[in-house]
Design a protein around this ligand. Structure first.
Ligand code: ADP
Length: 488
């Protein structure tokens, strides 16, 4: 099959969160399975150009119909981790992708609506006829709408669209101008069954458009699929998902074991495997050395996360105090687009500056993340909601025991050491229900107790985690079946 991913992120060149990892990992798995895969991204000025091989202009002066004009774009081609990527760069037009960061601008809906139109225009003009166009999140929600409304009549009638929802908190609400500018008649789509938002009745909802007009819709874990259809986690899209339930399902994400694997990881101090777990402790030493923590007989509890309310920032704050008061060291790597949250954590950092058991790194640092996964004993993920979550899957592979809240993909992958309805050899972490300090402590207390009092049992949990297979193999097969199903 010929598959084109249209996406706003792809690791490691343009990454804000898990979406980037998913696009990279899934694309690679689909290629291994013999498919031809291409990825279309915006040409961001802030990309990691050092991860693009052979970047060169491949298509000059692509004229994208937009707002009664033809906006000229150049399209660049390069390999990212062996994957074929095209980068669309509009020139002299509003600097859409020359903003230093990927998201967070007042005109985000306009930027990505333009990108959606440009991606399709590029496919048309360069004679690409993919069997499957796979779009992701609200940023590319207009792709299936435009295919249905415009490009189907220009020779692209054969392509089918799979649309994946990575996070329903962001749905891309906008006014009619956004549709008009990309060449759609807003009046035609402004109704409850199509793009009208169910909460803000005056707004258009780009993610809703993606759901309605795609041939199949997935989200990133079976539990999250249930939650967004049946609870307020759907943020207003529950009815739409019920209406389209026959073409909707959850496919649990995988992680790329070429990137996240302690046996081959170039970013860690000592590589290790299930059979040589002792070597993990060289990384613990190295992590302490790097972050100026004292060497002591204490577990390290870590957080690697975007810092926002989804990720349970209040509980993360509480976990710092709780860990330090209960004989643990605490390491945090995280950052937030919200300056208030960053400032808050900077203050905590300042307060704990001289504490030899705590280090907060308020930044985004891919390399350090690898060493933290390898060098820590436990990884804390106290999310309010979590569509899939990749960090717990990474932690498992690195023999770092996850402590998670019972929600979304965390609930699908982490099985409590004491209470899971699973055989002992499948239990791999600690899970709590209540989104409050008491809930968090109920799991942390058990995890810390196990580390100190029953180290052999703790080691079994680590080993159970390392034995799990959360590679892309299974989701790759699930997505292949979905593509084949909609292609018929
Ligand atoms: P989300 O997509 O909601 O942010 P996921 O768990 O799906 O959360 O994916 C998070 C990804 O981003 C993981 O690969 C994690 O290692 C990475 N990550 C998050 N915060 C940081 C950070 N501050 N520095 C480096 N990597 C980070």
């Amino acid at each position: 099959m010929y598959i084109i991913m249209v996406t706003s992120e792809c690791a490691p060149v343009a990454k804000v969160g898990g979406l980037a990892d998913v696009v990279q990992g899934l694309s690679r798995e689909l290629e291994i399975r013999g498919n031809a895969v291409e990825i279309i991204l915006p040409f961001y000025d802030c990309m990691r150009f050092d991860h693009i091989w052979g970047l060169q202009k491949t298509y000059s002066n692509l004229k994208v119909p937009y707002h009664d004009q033809q906006v000229p774009c150049d399209v660049y081609f390069g390999f990212v981790d062996g994957l074929k990527c095209f980068f669309i760069r509009p020139y002299f037009y509003k600097n859409f992708f020359d903003r230093g960061i990927l998201y967070g601008h007042h005109d985000d809906p306009e930027r990505f609506a333009f990108f959606s139109r440009a991606a399709l225009e590029f496919m048309l003009k360069s004679n690409k006829h993919p069997d499957i166009i796979h779009c992701h999140d609200w940023q590319t929600g207009l792709v299936p709408v435009l295919l249905y409304d415009v490009y189907k009549y220009q020779g692209m009638s054969h392509s089918r669209v799979c649309y994946t929802l990575h996070n329903l908190m962001h749905q891309g609400l906008c006014g009619p101008d956004i549709l008009r500018q990309v060449g759609l008649d807003p009046a035609h789509y402004f109704n409850h069954h199509q793009l009208q938002d169910d909460h803000v009745h005056s707004a258009f909802n780009l993610m809703k458009g993606g759901i309605v007009f795609s041939n199949f819709v997935t989200t990133v874990s079976p539990r999250y699929a249930w939650e967004i259809k049946n609870s307020d986690q759907g943020y207003g899209l529950q009815n739409t998902l019920h209406t389209h339930a026959a073409k909707f399902g959850g496919v649990l994400n995988g992680i790329d074991y070429n990137v996240w694997n302690p046996e081959i990881d170039p970013h860690i101090t000592r590589q290790y495997s299930l059979n040589h777990i002792e070597d993990k402790y060289k990384n613990k030493e190295a992590l302490r050395h790097r972050l100026l923590l004292r060497q002591d007989m204490k577990p390290i509890i870590a957080v690697v996360s975007r810092l926002d309310h989804q990720k349970g920032v209040n509980l993360i704050r509480h976990a710092i105090t709780y860990s330090l008061a209960h004989g643990c060291q605490f390491v945090l790597l995280g950052s937030s687009p919200d300056p208030g949250i960053n400032h808050d954590f900077q203050q905590i950092k300042h307060r704990l500056n001289d504490n030899p058991d705590c280090h907060l790194e308020i930044s985004y640092n891919e390399e350090l993340a690898h060493l933290i996964y390898a060098g820590s004993d436990m990884l804390l993920i106290p999310s309010a909601f979590e569509p899939c979550g990749l960090t717990q899957l990474i932690a498992l592979k690195y023999g770092t025991v996850p402590i998670v809240r019972n929600t979304g993909g965390l609930a699908c992958t982490i099985f409590d050491a004491d209470y899971a309805h699973r055989p002992y050899n499948e239990r791999n972490g600690y899970v709590f229900n209540d989104l409050n300090n008491e809930g968090l402590e109920s799991a942390m207390r058990r995890a810390i107790g196990m580390w100190y009092i029953y180290p052999r049992h703790f080691r079994e949990l680590m080993e159970n985690g390392m034995r799990c297979d959360y590679s892309w193999n299974r989701p790759g097969s699930d997505y292949t079946k979905i593509y084949e199903y909609i292609k018929e």
